[in-house]
Design a protein around this ligand. Structure first.
Ligand code: CA
Ligand code: CA
Length: 229
């Protein structure tokens, strides 16, 4: 007697695999962060380049310049292009001044801010990152940072995941206060400022309704297959 191979099992296997892959894909898509605002400075201005938000500076205007950028932290296919280049200014008047970016986080949670930066030896070397829940009052986050001398490949990352007040907040804002410049032409460059988050309703797993729809869709597909067999 010959053993009959189970062709039904073999036929069904790739289809079970497809179901598993679809589920995995749906879950991983839900966990991917969305960029809420990106400034790549490639057009040499302070206008946001992807998403929405406003970027302002109270440094002397003549000291807000643009110079060669980097692909460190670049998103959505952005080229290196230009970067923001901030100088200490006459009498290092820009020490204590800031760059502020207002980005609504409505619909999002797990906010993370990141950017690439580098500084010259006489540029700002004691820069404090801050956040605001109302767009008016700013709170220090972490210790002041010292920019590296070259952009390198890793951005500065400020994970604000633990600051629940920044979630789903139309008045969310972020700021870098610059200090420590020791010459008028000492500079910091900044490129690829990214504010990102995960959809507030789904955070890291698919919404129950999404899962139900997905599973019922797969169930229907399975029944169709069964009827054909
Ligand atoms: Ca750039
Ligand atoms: Ca721009």
């Amino acid at each position: 007697m010959f053993l009959k191979p189970d062709f039904r099992l073999k036929r069904r296997f790739p289809y079970h695999l497809i179901c598993a892959l679809l589920l995995f894909f749906a879950a991983s898509q839900a966990a991917v962060a969305d960029e809420l605002a990106v400034w790549n400075f490639n057009d040499s201005d302070l206008n946001v380049d992807h998403g929405s938000g406003t970027l302002t500076s109270n440094l002397n205007v003549v000291n807000v310049l643009f110079a060669a950028g980097t692909t460190n932290n670049a998103r959505l296919g952005d080229i290196a292009g230009q970067a923001l280049s901030l100088q200490g200014g006459t009498s290092t008047a820009n020490n204590g001044r800031n760059l502020t970016f207002n980005v609504s986080t409505v619909g999002f949670a797990n906010i993370i801010v990141s950017f690439a930066t580098q500084g010259t030896s006489t540029g700002f070397n004691s820069n404090q990152f801050q956040y605001s829940l109302d767009g008016i009052n700013f709170i220090d986050f972490g210790s002041p940072y010292i920019p590296a001398t070259a952009f390198g490949t890793l951005p500065l990352v400020f994970s604000l995941v633990s600051i629940a007040g920044l979630n789903n907040n139309p008045n969310a804002a972020f700021r870098v206060v610059f200090n420590g410049a020791t010459s008028s032409t000492g500079t910091n460059r900044i490129d690829n400022i990214v504010v990102e988050g995960t959809p507030a309703a789904t955070s890291s797993i698919p919404e129950p309704t999404t899962m139900v729809l997905l599973l019922s869709g797969l169930g229907g597909f399975y029944k169709m297959r069964r009827r054909r067999e």
